[in-house]
Ligand binder design. Structure first.
Ligand code: SF4
Length: 215
């Protein structure tokens, strides 16, 4: 691993010592549902919705039994509620068919309604696996820093896995999310508050110019 990457990792850890999954959950299944709901939605909103939702349904059996229109109403404020309700019904039915909640990334990805990013988050956070889930923050920050130069989330994940030791992947995922959420904003990165300017490709290219340009 390049010493530059190690230094970036250490500076991110210095800045975001408490980086962690901000979704509330009690079981791996609840986390899976929360991650599905979190697409294009804030964790704060998801937590407000799941606080009520999990009181009436927190198992695959309960979501299979819940009428689709009721589930849609309960998760409406998370956005994309039709697709998300369908995904939750399908992943719940898949788990019942399997007889158990999978604990590997491959097993999670075989569930209907579960994509790679969701599987990576649940595998890493609920089961302690090594994985880098690439959401919008990870994609933007990794490319701005020049850790990767990748056109897609899949290529970003691959590039980060090659650039960092495996036991750093899950921590890196949370550090990049916190960096994107609290410092390296999409439209207006707060470079003045960032301890990574020395290493940042975006900053080098834009210092003294328009820092508001988006990647
Ligand atoms: S220097 Fe600016 S663009 Fe680079 S990571 Fe920090 S906030 Fe983002």
């Amino acid at each position: 691993m390049l010493s530059r990457n190690r230094e970036i990792f250490d500076l991110l850890a210095q800045k975001h010592g408490d980086a962690h999954c901000e979704l509330n959950y009690d079981t791996p299944f609840e986390l899976l549902v929360a991650v599905v709901l979190s697409a294009q939605c804030t964790d704060k909103r998801v937590n407000a919705v799941t606080e009520e939702l999990f009181k009436v349904a927190d198992t695959p059996e309960a979501f299979v039994a819940m009428p689709l229109d009721e589930l849609e109403k309960r998760i409406y404020s998370c956005g994309f509620y039709r697709n998300k309700a369908k995904a939750i019904k399908e992943l719940s039915a898949s788990i019942l068919e399997l007889g158990e909640m999978p604990s590997t990334r491959e097993g999670l990805m075989r569930l209907r309604g579960v994509g790679r990013k969701t599987a990576n988050v649940v595998y890493a956070v609920a089961f302690g696996g090594n994985a880098i889930a690439v959401d919008t923050h990870v994609f933007r920050v990794a490319n701005r820093l020049g850790l990767v130069n990748a056109a897609t989330p899949e290529l970003t994940e691959q590039g980060l896995m090659e650039a960092f030791d495996e036991d750093m992947w899950s921590r890196l995922h949370h550090l990049l999310i916190f960096q994107g959420r609290y410092v390296c904003h999409s439209r207006q990165p707060d470079c003045a508050q960032c301890n990574l300017t020395k290493y940042c490709a975006y900053y080098s290219a834009h210092a003294g110019k328009d820092e508001h340009e988006t990647v």
